[in-house]
Design a binder for this molecule. Sequence first.
Ligand SMILES: [Zn+2]
Length: 55
Amino acid sequence: MAKYRCPGCGYTYNENDGDVREGYPPGTPFAALPEDFVCPDCAVRYKEDFELAEA
Ligand SMILES: [Zn+2]
């Protein structure tokens, strides 16, 4: 699965791990995150800003 990085703070969303703290279980594809997803770390970058970090 892929990883996506926030260009603002470097937070990386790993599809394998999800983000349990934010309510996304392991294996949740980035594409399945809500459209209003914001970076959990900096809260200023939206889903569309994230960059593919590793496929
Ligand atoms: Zn961020």
